[in-house]
Design a protein around this ligand. Structure first.
Ligand SMILES: Nc1ncnc2c1ncn2[C@@H]1O[C@H](COP(=O)(O)OP(=O)(O)OP(=O)(O)O)[C@@H](O)[C@H]1O
Ligand SMILES: [Mg+2]
Length: 382
């Protein structure tokens, strides 16, 4: 497949807030490239700089350094003193408090960006009708905005952002003030809508499940830096950074020292306090290096009897087994480690039981044991 054309390009973006002693470095050299038509998500913990990056793209913040281009045209370039104001950038925005106007009808809300630009009445009518059809609100033109459900109000906000036919949609936590069920439904709706109109979209969220569900590509951020970019599948199954492994979903980390690198189809080996494990390196590791194996709870297989001929089988004792309907969520002690394991609900598990765990080497992702400033156990939430 041909490489997709780049729609938004960010190079070495630097942003500070505050003055003198209070000055904080919020974006530290963020560079990324968003392909045309992609739904591209910024994901990261609170305060990592997602909204700030988005606001820089929108022209609502002026960065201290770097360059931003939309559709090949620079909208900000620090060296060349380029700064295109928000209303001249080809963007549409939906924010968390999507603020549709309660005193206006659906039609008036959606038409607003066109009325302030004094577009002809006939053009406004046509464009509003078209965009209301796209978001599925056709026929509700005259409904006062407060008489809409939460999901419908959300769609009005989308329609309003789309009515100017932007090249890029910027969505900052657009679902966060909806209840859990509606939020889950709207994920599918946004994804389907985005696919239908194929508009390049930047989506900001701190909710990893939302990011996994909705994105073509996810950029994981932490403390003003870009950590890693990939598809949901790549980042979940083979993250290249320990932070990604921890932040996206739940994982087990087993620390040790690389004693064999492996290669071709042969796995490497890591020596740990609890034995030697075969693993597949996710990224360039060197022999002798301290590294971690990351393995997801659902990738550990539980056997009640010892199986022969498999690599990475360890004996463990079930410390906790909680029935969750679609799985048992277990904590299993192996040596001095406590592994989280999700098993099939039909395989009944009881506390104190002795089991054998198979950590398939292909699912044992070998990563550098880096420490990232500010990374702590609280990010390991269930
Ligand atoms: N106007 C401002 N003045 C001073 N500091 C700010 C301002 N806006 C943001 N910050 C700081 O910049 C950092 C990044 O903020 P930002 O809003 O981009 O984070 P975020 O990743 O969107 O977080 P969240 O998930 O909580 O929305 C935070 O430390 C925040 O406190
Ligand atoms: Mg934010």
């Amino acid at each position: 497949m041909a490489e997709k054309r780049s729609m938004v390009q960010i190079e070495s973006l630097e942003k500070y807030f505050g003055e003198d002693k209070e000055r904080v470095h919020v974006l530290k050299g963020v560079s990324l490239d968003i392909p045309e038509g992609a739904l591209y998500t910024f994901l990261g913990p609170s305060g990592c700089g997602k909204t700030t990056t988005l606001r820089c793209v929108a022209g609502l913040e002026r960065p201290e350094g770097g360059k931003i281009s939309i559709d090949g045209k620079p909208v900000f370039a620090s060296g060349e003193r380029v700064y295109v104001p928000t209303n001249k950038r080809p963007i549409g925005m939906v924010f968390q408090s999507y603020a549709i106007w309660p005193h206006m009808t659906v039609f008036e809300n959606v038409a607003y960006p066109l009325t302030i630009h004094r577009r002809p009445k006939s053009e406004i009518k046509k464009r509003v009708e078209d965009v209301l059809k796209i978001v599925g609100l056709h026929g509700l033109e005259d409904r006062p905005a407060p008489k809409l459900s939460g999901g419908q109000q959300q769609r009005v906000a989308f329609a309003r952002a789309l009515v100017n036919e932007p090249k890029v949609m910027l969505l900052d936590e657009p679902l966060s003030n909806l209840d859990a069920k509606l939020r889950e439904e709207m994920r599918f709706e946004i994804k389907a809508l985005q696919r239908r109109i194929n508009v390049t979209t930047i989506y900001v969220t701190h909710d990893q499940a939302e990011a996994l569900a909705i994105s073509d590509q996810i950029a994981v951020m932490h403390a003003g830096k870009l950590i890693e970019v990939g598809s949901a599948h790549e980042l979940y199954s083979r993250p290249k950074r320990k932070f990604t492994a921890i932040f996206l979903g739940l994982t087990n980390l087993i620390e040790g020292r690389v004693v064999e690198l492996g290669g071709d189809s042969k796995p490497g080996r890591i020596e740990t306090k609890n034995g030697t494990f075969a693993f597949v390196p996710a990224t360039g590791l060197v022999k002798g290096q301290t590294a971690v194996i990351s393995i997801r709870p659902e990738h550990i297989q539980v056997h009640k009897q010892r199986t022969q001929g498999l690599d990475n089988v360890v004996e463990g004792t079930v410390k906790e087994a909680v029935f969750m309907g679609d799985a048992y969520h277990c904590q299993i002690a192996v040596g001095d480690m406590l592994l989280r394991v999700h098993t099939h609900p039909f395989l009944s598990m009881s506390r104190g039981e002795k089991v054998y765990l198979h950590l398939d080497p292909q699912s044992c992702n070998g990563l550098p044991a880096e420490d990232i400033e500010g990374m702590d156990e609280t990010m390991l939430g269930d």
